[in-house]
Design a protein around this ligand. Structure first.
Ligand SMILES: Nc1ncnc2c1ncn2[C@@H]1O[C@H](COP(=O)(O)OP(=O)(O)O)[C@@H](O)[C@H]1O
Ligand SMILES: [Mg+2]
Length: 347
């Protein structure tokens, strides 16, 4: 049985419904991310789980118990929110000890647990500092320690790294994952950063318009996106239609394409990443070749991008080295058979 279940949740603000028939299951010990663009309802979902608000319809079940109407302070959950700031007038020790004081934990045990937590986030020796005397990354580690010291049954993170610079974000996300694996807690992590959440999650739920469009392991979503929206999210930029004719799949321009991973159905949306299309000079022979004309070339540092017009639409191609094709060049595009992904069949 899942540790946390959101069942048929409808929720929003006044008459503005954000989540409709929203469902989510989180297994014990898993690190699950909610990924989606700004405004898609991630924070709304996390606030419901935390107990800051209640749904209009549906149930939230935790460890077999209906907690839909259980108040926030009776749920033993930890939060690290972007805006959930430290208490500025309290030292690091008092900030971290706060939840233990509220729970009337004896003094000796409190000291021991705060020391343990500060060691875990690598802040031993900082007990007497005030938040203003620390860097952004250190403050966020204090916030982590403060949330985890109560040994929460569930940790909730809402874009906890978005105020940090890029380098620190990468370092901190590794830290969060390390600590989660060390302590074994269950975590729900909200972000709009695809790379960040793929790096640290066991499962990623990609949200679109108030529903989860796909929930899977990062590798599975990366390699087998189920919808065009998901495919866009994980780096596919070239989309085209394929129709089954007898034993082969054919583009709208009549070109037969071999695909390594076929699916049942007669009509598909298909996609391929810019890195997986190979350019050849016009007229060269080979499998899955499509003629085209170079429209734009762009230098991107690590690679060169070519925008190429073809009979089935414009393709974006990223090559590692300068290919020597200038604007107007006639080329031949190889759509590598084992890199073509078929997404949902359509009518
Ligand atoms: N307190 C609020 N009152 C009214 N509308 C809100 C409130 N908070 C968020 N919304 C709206 O709900 C939608 C989802 O917001 P939110 O869950 O915060 O998105 P996300 O965290 O994915 O960026 C947005 O359209 C937002 O404008
Ligand atoms: Mg948000």
């Amino acid at each position: 049985m899942a540790l946390l279940e959101l069942e048929h949740i409808t929720a929003g603000y006044d008459k503005n419904i954000i989540l409709r028939d929203f469902n989510l299951q989180v297994e014990r010990g898993q690190f699950v991310s909610l990924l989606g663009s700004s405004g898609c309802g991630k924070t709304t979902t996390l606030r419901l789980i935390a107990g800051f608000s209640e749904p209009n319809e549906g149930r939230i079940v935790f460890d077999g118990k209906d907690i839909t109407h259980v108040p926030l302070h009776k749920r033993n959950f930890g939060f690290v929110f972007q805006s959930y700031a430290l208490f500025p007038h309290m030292t690091v020790f008092d900030n971290v000890a706060f939840g233990l004081k509220m729970r009337k934990v004896p003094k000796e045990e409190m000291k021991r647990r705060v020391a343990e937590m500060l060691a875990l986030v690598d802040l031993t020796g900082f007990e007497d500092r005030y938040p203003r005397e620390m860097s952004g990354g250190q403050r966020q580690r204090v916030a982590l320690a403060r949330a985890m010291v109560i040994r929460p049954d569930l940790m909730l993170f809402d874009e906890p790294l978005s105020n940090l610079d890029a380098k620190l974000r990468v370092k901190m996300r590794v830290e969060i994952r390390r600590i989660q694996q060390e302590l074994g807690f269950t975590a729900i992590y909200v972000t709009h950063d695809q790379e960040e959440c793929f790096a640290i999650s066991d499962q990623v739920a990609i949200m679109n318009g108030g529903v989860i469009e796909q929930m899977d392991s990062p590798a599975h979503i990366f390699n087998s996106p189920k919808t065009e929206f998901i495919a866009h999210f994980v780096g596919f930029e070239n989309f085209f239609d394929l129709n089954r004719r007898g034993n082969v799949l054919v583009t709208d321009s009549g070109l037969a394409l071999r695909v390594a991973r076929d699916l049942p159905g007669d009509r598909f949306r298909a996609c391929i990443r810019p890195e997986d299309v190979i350019l050849y000079p016009e007229g060269t022979e080979g499998e899955n070749r499509l003629p085209g004309e170079v429209l734009v070339t762009t230098f991107l540092g690590r690679n060169i991008q070519y925008n190429v017009r073809t009979a089935i639409g414009e393709f974006v191609i990223k090559a590692e080295q300068e290919q020597g094709y200038s604007v107007g060049s006639r080329v031949s595009l190889e759509l590598t058979a084992n890199k073509i992904i078929l997404i949902q069949p359509h009518e």
